[in-house]
Design a protein around this ligand. Structure first.
Ligand SMILES: Nc1nc2c(ncn2[C@@H]2O[C@H](COP(=O)(O)OP(=O)(O)OP(=O)(O)O)[C@@H](O)[C@H]2O)c(=O)[nH]1
Ligand SMILES: [Mg+2]
Ligand SMILES: [Zn+2]
Length: 275
């Protein structure tokens, strides 16, 4: 079920103002949009299919923000963001923030992997300002949507690049290493000529919406050259004999971490979506 009949940040709309209050009368067709499965309500039992939750529309790039530490870099979460971006056909770049907390550059292994697959990775530190000029350049002239877990530093990075913004930022818990959800709503802000940024609240749960299991492999972009070599054209690259993806994962051509992410997302697709 598509919950598309309400306006989201990024929509172009017509509205009427009557006695000081505005009413949206029309939402124009969206060039693109990002959505996910609506999170389960805390305490609510599992009840059938989860609805689609629209997050933002009409963006030119998706900036998946992560951090090396506080919270720890989580490749599984990042891979979910990448799947959402790919399935929405929106260009995505990866930001890994807080490099100041990684003196031994342990993150380089991941940077190498994502670069090899074909993603642009920008290493940043709002503390030392590493990479922030470069990120500023990448944002220029675009409408960029920043998404990531709470506490990775989305708002801090934006404040560093655009000091006049004064976005609220929050501490990361010493006990759990998790952010405290300082940003509470999705907001699009104009920061210059033709430059818009969308700051968002950190996400806890991130399940792509509306994927078919036989399509998921196409959203892992490095799987693409192998997919046609699978024996069955409905292959879900899970258990099927003659699967070229499984073979490539076994011989190291496809990273074991990425293949594992694939299997985990596949499980959630199978669990919820019934066509
Ligand atoms: N050491 C270090 N700390 C940082 C860096 N960037 C942000 N922080 C800190 O991380 C904490 C969380 O930053 P926020 O900007 O609020 O994170 P956010 O991603 O916007 O979090 P939500 O709004 O909750 O989603 C703050 O205490 C920041 O000072 C960095 O590059 N290095
Ligand atoms: Mg924030
Ligand atoms: Zn296969």
């Amino acid at each position: 079920m598509l919950l598309a009949d309400y306006a989201v940040v990024g929509d172009k709309v017509e509205y009427e103002v009557k006695r000081g209050s505005g009413v949206i009368t029309k939402v124009f067709e969206r060039e693109n949009f990002i959505s996910r499965k609506a999170p389960r309500l805390k305490g609510a039992g599992y009840r059938g299919e989860r609805l689609e939750q629209l997050i933002v529309s009409n963006i030119s790039q998706f900036v998946a923000v992560t951090s090396v530490y506080k919270p720890f870099f989580n490749n599984k979460v990042l891979d979910r963001f990448l799947v959402i971006a790919e399935s929405s056909k929106i260009p995505v770049i990866i930001v890994i923030n807080k490099t100041d907390l990684d003196p031994d550059n342990l993150i380089d292994e991941w940077v190498y992997l994502y670069n090899k697959i074909g993603y642009k990775v920008i290493l940043t530190s709002a503390e030392t300002k590493e990479g922030t000029d470069l990120l500023g350049e990448v944002l220029k002239g675009k409408t960029s949507f920043l998404w990531g877990q709470s506490g990775v530093g989305k708002s801090t990075l934006l404040n560093t690049i655009f000091p006049h913004l004064h976005l609220v930022v929050g501490e990361v818990s010493k006990f759990t290493n998790k952010g405290k959800h300082s940003t509470v709503m999705v907001r699009m802000i104009k920061t210059g000529d033709e430059t818009y940024i969308v700051d968002t609240p950190g996400v806890r749960e991130i399940d792509p919406y509306g994927l078919r299991k036989e399509d998921l492999g196409h959203y892992f972009i490095e799987f693409e050259p192998y997919i046609n070599n699978c024996k069955y054209n409905t292959c879900t690259h899970n258990h099927e004999p003659g699967c070229a993806i499984i073979e490539a994962a076994e011989n190291g051509e496809i990273s074991a971490d990425r293949y594992d992410s694939y299997l985990r997302i596949l499980e959630t697709v199978e669990e919820d979506i019934k066509f």
